[in-house]
Design a protein around this ligand. Structure first.
Ligand SMILES: Nc1ncnc2c1ncn2[C@@H]1O[C@H](COP(=O)(O)OP(=O)(O)OP(=O)(O)O)[C@@H](O)[C@H]1O
Length: 907
């Protein structure tokens, strides 16, 4: 099953193009292919769209074509030689399906078959050509079908190029020049041309082609020099022919001191005449030629060897080695490339042209390779320039020039096959220039198929070959390609590559010719002018149109007035197109700007969102940190105060108890009235006193212990900053809070810097201003939080003060202890009584006044009258310590000093 890879419109897609050019895409025929791979790759375009053929029977000019004509690509298959047959080269890998379709099947040993077996490529390939010529095709048949028409076109003023392409030993030189009695395309074309020009030749040498396509008037002395040169070249050919016997000419290539040997083996018939079959030159007459015009024919012959240009008609060869002069490529004023100082020889007959060709061939670089005994090691280019001379005008400036160029490209080959260094170098250069030609053709085709996309640069300048042929691909004329292949299975892979190369060329269409531009100008002149008048040129054309002729492709037939008018029209047209382009550019710019603005706005929105999210995240994080800190501090202080309270209460209870136990024995003395009981009472009193004393001693011991404890506590409380207990920890927490605050401030500063840079990136958009406000607000929040921490610090100071007061209370208690009777003899009953009464009467008088106030401040809620006060008054009267205590007593606790985020504004 054959699958057509070409796109429906005839031009393959880029992917297909890549596939077609660089990779074989066939799978094993009926075997190991990848599931998605077709069995046969069709590497040729336009199978569904027939190639645009010129209308038969009617002269077709490039500017007459409605549909651009495709480049013609012919395939010629060389027959196998007996030696090749004996070697088993015939394996049926090339099959001609029909006149236009070729099938290539990979032989077993080929690389293609190996890759196909791995499922990477296919093993069968199908190609389409303008026409395929089998091995049985004669030179005459080939000429008739390919070049005959080109010769006609050239004589009618067109430019034509024919070049051969193929692997080495495939028959390119045979096709162009011929062999033995089998004259090739070039001698046949020359012969045909001169037969057509019989009686129309312009033999004077005063007009000579030069540069790209110019003509120069020669002075008499220059004419003489030209004559001498021409005659010497023709005479040299005669001499060489007469002393023939297999000449070997040695040339110094002049490149880096390297010598290249040019083995000249004449393969053309060594006769003075072109050997052609009588019927091949059937005189078709000069009916197609322009009336009143004479033709001056000039030829040039040069080669591109190792990327250097050598003039093959420069001078007669000699047996002595000599330096070959390299030619340079130059550009004319319009940038058209031409070979500078190239020899142009005027020829007046087919025979002279033939001799010049033979003379040039002797200078050409041939060498024996493993594949071809007489292989061309260079690209040779033979050009015929036809000057269309109007004898009565004889004006070189207005003269028309047409050209036929025939290029015999050196064969592509595998460098690894070349043993010798020189052959290797040649092969590399040949392959490089052929590769460049392929890239140029691919780029041209890409540009033709993708008109809406920006055009690719065609790498004409990358090699000398493409540079000299550039004009034929860019509207100077049209080109045709002859692909030569042979049937040898051993070079199947190279043949496949050559055919893939040609497959791209088959997709090319001829570029618009310069004449098309002329036709365009004339069409503009036909259009009504702005003021409603019709141009003179239009009248001229109408007259000619009425004759039914289509000879109006030449702008030179217009008179001066018409040309001036044409210039005006063209100026207006240029102006119009310029305005059109300006408005188009403005529209495009507008679209681009609006699209860019959209993108920028999108970016800005995204950036603002990100910033906002980050800001919120950081706020949240730091609020959490602050609230954690608050909670922690609160818990810590609450715990500490609770412990102290308990200790103080315990101490108070102990003191009270001790006081009571000491006072009670003296507070209830009973008067003794009865004398009989005094002794027993005295005894019992003594024993009671003893017991009391023991108790008192015990109490004193206990008091002493408690005093020590109190002293210790006092010591701790006397140095609040350095003791490292309560206040030290509080200080540390406070420091930690400050540190966190500093960190928060630094983060916010960093956020501000980010915001500023973000603002700059967003083209100073108003979003930045908003974010700056947000940052300012955050700063204010920080300041407020600073204030709150200060408050906290103040509260802590107050707590410390309270603690100090408590310490003083403890000191007072100690002093109270000192007021107690020292251990020893029992105190007097009255004294004890007084003390006992004082103790029984209440302890208010025995305590310092501030101690009472301290406990009152500690437990304000226990005072019954307190409940009647207003809450505000309560809040106002509370000390920080009592506030904290109150928080502890009431559930749930009051809101922390630092409010959460939702109430932040109110703080
Ligand atoms: N159509 C043909 N009929 C008979 N013989 C042919 C044909 N084509 C080529 N040959 C012979 O094949 C041999 C190689 O041909 P030729 O030298 O033209 O190949 P080439 O492609 O020019 O090689 P290279 O690129 O190495 O110069 C020559 O001996 C030639 O006579």
């Amino acid at each position: 099953m054959a699958l057509v890879l070409s796109s429906p419109c005839g031009g393959p897609s880029d992917e297909e193009e890549e596939m077609a050019v660089f990779e074989s895409t066939a799978a094993e025929h009926g075997g190991l292919g990848r599931p998605g791979l077709p069995e046969i790759s069709v590497i040729s375009p336009g199978l569904n769209t027939p190639m645009a053929e010129p209308k038969r029977g009617k002269k077709t000019r490039s500017f007459d074509r409605a549909v651009p004509e495709k480049v013609k690509v012919f395939l010629r298959i060389r027959p196998l030689t007996d030696t090749e047959r004996d070697r088993g080269e015939e394996q049926g890998c090339v099959a001609v399906q029909d006149e236009e379709t070729l099938l290539l099947k990979a032989p077993k040993e080929s690389q293609n078959m190996k890759t196909a077996e791995r499922g990477i490529t296919q093993s069968i390939h199908k190609f389409r050509f303008s026409r395929i010529f089998g091995s049985e095709t004669t030179q005459q048949q080939f000429y008739e079908s390919t070049m005959k028409e080109m010769v006609k076109d050239v004589l009618q003023g067109e430019n034509r190029l024919l070049y051969t392409y193929g692997v080495t030993n495939s028959g390119k030189t045979y096709t162009i020049q011929g062999s033995g009695r089998e004259a090739g395309l070039l001698p046949r074309a020359l012969s045909s041309m001169f037969r057509k020009l019989q009686g129309r030749l312009y033999v004077a040498m005063n007009l000579k082609p030069c540069m790209y396509q110019d003509v120069r008037h020669l002075e008499p002395n220059e004419i003489r020099a030209e004559e001498i040169r021409r005659n010497s070249l023709l005479r040299e050919d005669e001499c060489t022919t007469s002393r023939r016997g297999g000449t070997t000419t040695i040339w110094d290539s002049g490149v880096g001191g390297l010598s290249s040997t040019s083995y000249t083996t004449t393969r053309l018939e060594d006769t003075d005449s072109v050997c052609l079959e009588p019927d091949s030159l059937s005189h078709s007459g000069g009916g197609d030629l322009e009336e009143g015009v004479q033709f001056s024919i000039w030829v040039s012959f040069y080669e591109i060897y190792n990327e250097f240009l050598y003039d093959l008609l420069d001078a007669s060869p000699s047996l002595q080695p000599r330096k070959r002069v390299t030619l340079r490529l130059s550009d004319d004023k319009q940038g058209n490339p031409y070979v500078k100082d190239l020899s142009w020889i005027q020829v007046r007959s087919a025979e002279e042209a033939w001799r010049v060709l033979k003379a040039g061939r002797r200078n050409q670089s041939f060498a024996s390779t493993h594949l071809n005994q007489n292989s061309s090691r260079s690209h040779s280019i033979f050009s015929v320039r036809v000057l269309h001379v109007h004898p009565e005008q004889n004006d070189g400036q207005a003269m028309h020039i047409s050209e036929l160029t025939v290029c015999d490209l050196a064969g592509s080959e595998r460098c690894k096959e070349q043993r010798s260094g020189e052959r290797m170098k040649e092969a590399t250069n040949i392959n490089t220039s052929l590769l460049t030609l392929g890239r140029c053709i691919a780029a041209l085709r890409h540009n033709q198929n993708n008109k809406s996309r920006p055009p690719q640069v065609v790498p004409f300048r990358d090699s000398k070959l493409t540079r000299v042929l550039q004009g034929f691909f860019c509207g100077r004329g049209t080109s045709s390609m002859v692909v030569n292949i042979n049937l040898c299975a051993s070079i199947y892979d190279e043949t496949l590559q050559a055919l893939k190369f040609s497959a791209i060329a088959t997709q090319l269409v001829h570029g618009p010719s310069t004449k098309t531009r002329v036709a365009y100008i004339l069409s503009l002149l036909r259009e009504p002018t702005a003021n409603g008048n019709e141009s003179t040129a239009m009248e001229v054309d109408e007259e000619e149109d009425s004759d039914g002729e289509e000879e109006d492709g030449d702008i030179t037939m217009l008179n001066t007035e018409a040309l001036l008018q044409a210039i005006d029209v063209l100026k207006r047209e240029v102006q119009r197109q310029r305005e059109e382009k300006d408005s188009l550019e403005a529209t495009v710019r507008e679209q681009v700007v609006s699209e860019m603005m959209e993108v920028i706005n999108g970016m800005q929105d995204g950036f603002s969102e990100t910033l906002e999210a980050e800001r919120a995240l950081m706020e949240e994080r730091y609020e959490d940190k602050i609230s954690n800190l608050q909670k922690h501090l609160k818990n810590f202080y609450s715990q500490e105060l609770k412990e102290r309270d308990e200790e103080i209460e315990a101490l108070s209870a102990i003191l009270e108890k001790q006081t009571k136990s000491e006072v009670v024995p003296f507070t209830a003395p009973q008067p003794e009235d009865s004398a009989g009981l005094r002794r027993s009472q005295r005894l019992s009193t003594q024993s009671q006193h003893g017991r009391l004393r023991a108790d008192l001693d015990e109490c004193r011991k206990e008091l002493f212990t408690k005093t020590q404890e109190l002293t210790k506590l006092k010591t701790q409380l006397e140095f609040p900053g350095s003791s490292g207990t309560l206040t030290g920890t509080a200080d540390r927490k406070l420091e930690e809070g400050k540190r966190n605050l500093r960190q928060l401030r630094m983060d916010l500063q960093r956020l501000g810097v980010d915001l500023q840079s973000g603002e700059r990136a967003c083209c100073r958009n108003t979003g930045g201003e908003r974010l700056r406000h947000a940052l300012k607000a955050a700063d204010e929040t920080i300041a407020r939080q600073d204030q709150i921490l200060m408050d906290l610090q103040n509260s802590l100071t107050l707590v410390k003060a309270e603690m100090r007061r408590k310490a003083e209370s403890v000191a007072l208690m100690q002093s109270l202890r000192h007021q107690l009777p020292p251990p020893g003899p029992v105190a007097s009953p009255c004294k004890k009584r007084g003390c006992g009464a004082a103790a029984a009467g209440g302890d208010c008088e025995n305590r310092p006044p501030h101690k009472r106030a301290f406990f009152t401040s500690l437990f304000p809620a226990r005072t019954p009258t307190f409940k009647h006060n207003t809450r505000a008054a309560q809040e106002a009267n509370l000390t920080p310590y009592s506030r904290i205590l109150r928080c502890r007593q009431h559930s749930p606790p009051p809101s922390p000093v630092l409010t959460p985020r939702s109430h932040r504004g109110k703080v």
